[in-house]
Write a protein that binds this ligand. Sequence first.
Ligand code: ADP
Ligand code: ZN
Ligand code: MG
Length: 491
Amino acid sequence: MPAAALSPEVLAKYEPVIGLEVHVQLLTASKAFCGCANRFGSAPNTNICPVCLGLPGALPVLNAKAVEFATMASLALNCEVRERSIFARKNYFYPDLPKGYQISQYDKPLAEHGWIEVPTADGGTKRIGITRLHMEEDAGKSLHDGFSDSATRTYLDLNRCGTPLVEIVSEPDIRTPDEAFEYLTRLKEILLYTGISDCNMEEGSLRCDANVSVRPRGQEKFGTKAEVKNVNSFKFIRAALEYEIERQVEVIESGGRVLQETRLWNSNEGRTYSMRSKEQAHDYRYFPEPDLPPLIVSPEFLEQMRKRLPEMPEPRRARMIAEYDLSTQDAHTLTAAREFADRFEAVAKTARNPRRVANVLLSEVGGRLKALGLDQEQSPVSMAGIVLAADLLDESKISSKQMKQLFDVCFEKGEDFPAVYEREKPQQITDSGAIEKLIDEVIAANPRQVEQYRAGKKTLAGFFVGQVMRATKGQANPALLNELVVKKLEG
Ligand code: ADP
Ligand code: ZN
Ligand code: MG
């Protein structure tokens, strides 16, 4: 059962405070400190070596690509990159961590003081601060399920040990579960644009821990937070936060005290469970990693990385709206993934009307793909086909009804639009006498609408156009029909 949305009574009295910690695996070919392949899905315990297993005497060497990616992410998130950052050992015992410590960064992280802008409910934007972005390595994986003796044994796959990560920690600036959802959506978009990670949550390349507390409205001091782990989709993070906020308010309202603890989200039950009381930083006995020198990021290197960044989603959206006259909604959909936006832009300039191209791409083709559960890559219709359809519409060479029929054929037969168009060459009625006759009939049959139109409801022209289109099975020349309908109604 999913958690219910927050009740207004709760929100009137209490203010939630949320901060997110996001771990992102970097798309490097090899691991952070050794030459092992950084690959998901290999046979268990095949991508390992003395370094990532932490065998005595093995020494780490920092992967230059990981530094490049982490620096690009820092810049994309508006962070200040430290010229000299320090790796640190974070010591803890866990079966999936054979070294007994994780190489991370502590008081001198790679980058600090960044921000992401998120849209707010009232149509504005809000800046969510990013406290820090630091580099670290991943641990291995405990496999609790899927073996015949899983009831009594846990297996270990150490392939993930030493996978390069960045951890991105937000300021406690987020005030609602919806804002948390937006922050994560924007963050993922930005990281995908930089190309440093595939951000695949199912495969664990993006993971999020959510810190949340509540305080009485008007109180400045933060309440005690709980940290929710094990949440594997942005929707579940929103649900987990909603649940957790309600729970904490109930604890306080019934006279109790919220405990500082780590809680686990159970998506089947739609609730969180206490896992352990929260460990403190001093429990990890952080100390500078003796086997790695300080990481130096020169201004020249920083400049190189800045040049490698593509245009980011938000500015790109604004530019595309201005350049192609797109609706905000279409611009958002087109820019959600960089490759998709690239594909659109590659053809938009050649089209008569880019806004129409966006419309055909998203509504006609996108709608059909969605209904069939297919990706853009699996579409039978090429971008050239989409441009042709949009141009034909724009020139009134086909009606939108005919376009829909042609796309139906494309998807039925798995053929591209130009081929289907050439073969079917839809009939078009361009004889104005014939069209006028049909308009007269529709006008005679709908005196009430005629009266309303003449009283000023001009949008009703579309109704008459639709009626005639229907009578011609979509074959009337749209431009001519529009023109004649207006002429008749005005006349
Ligand atoms: P810890 O020492 O417990 O790891 P940090 O200060 O490092 O806590 O913060 C971890 C995350 O928790 C950050 O994203 C931060 O914004 C958030 N956070 C800190 N205090 C609170 C609070 N009282 N309520 C909600 N989130 C908080
Ligand atoms: Zn290795
Ligand atoms: Mg912390």
